[in-house]
Design a protein around this ligand. Structure first.
Ligand code: TIU
Length: 222
């Protein structure tokens, strides 16, 4: 399959590819979660939900592998460095009780993926303690076992967990594409800058494309 992408077309085989949706969790998307405790206007992120859902449903229909990640810490916070918990003097720290349960803790209501993008049976869900999806998760080994070489990314936030994950993927040899309208930041300028830096220098980190271009590629082989 071929996606009309920047800086040039992105060729991939569905059976060697995965759609990776990063941290589409209530903690980042809704008021009262981790994102808001850091001082952000979380309402900005809602804009990408319809396009991301459409891309997810089309990818599922085509039979592609789906990986969902969640930024999540163990209940005893043994996997949360003090530096991360204390940085920036947030209103509520990781592990504190907020309106959606304990902030950024696995299993709490706020830590769940939003309903519109909820995983279904057979999809992979990775809990990650860091910003990158590969750090301390076993994701690389899991993808290698399945013969995955191409990763199509969406999720939040563009310049934090998404970009970190794409850079980790790039160094591990994956060809990565970022779906422009399926990723969002609390800072529009940072999203724009991330799209530019991913695809600059001949795709130094990877490719970017719209979800419309992905849908067209999937449709062309349906
Ligand atoms: N703060 C922020 O923009 N993002 C994060 O802390 N995590 C993710 O991006 N998922």
């Amino acid at each position: 399959m071929r996606i009309d992408a920047i800086p040039f077309s992105y060729d991939f085989a569905l059976k060697h590819s995965a759609l990776v949706l990063i941290d589409m969790q209530r903690d980042f998307m809704e008021a009262g979660g981790f994102g808001e405790t850091l001082g952000n206007d979380v309402s900005l992120l809602q804009a990408i939900v319809p396009a991301t859902r459409k891309a997810l449903l089309a990818w599922r229909r085509a039979g592609g592998l789906v990986v969902h990640t969640r930024e999540a810490h163990a209940a005893d916070l043994s996997d949360c460095p003090a530096a991360k918990r204390n940085r920036g003097n947030p209103a509520l720290r990781i592990g504190d009780v907020g309106p959606m349960g304990r902030i950024l803790v696995a299993g709490e209501p706020g830590n769940q993926i939003i309903e519109a993008l909820a995983p279904v049976a057979g999809e992979i869900v990775i809990d990650k303690p860091g910003k990158g999806a590969f750090y301390a998760t076993g994701l690389h080994e899991l993808l290698q076992r399945r013969g995955i070489t191409h990763l199509l990314f969406g999720g939040v936030t563009t310049e934090v967990c998404v970009q970190t994950s794409m850079r980790e993927a790039n160094d591990r040899g994956y060809d990565s594409l970022l779906l422009e309208d399926c990723t969002e930041s609390y800072f529009p300028a940072f999203k724009a800058a991330t799209l530019e830096m991913v695809r600059a220098q001949g795709g130094i980190v990877g490719w970017t494309a719209t979800s419309t271009a992905l849908l067209a590629a999937l449709d062309s082989t349906a």
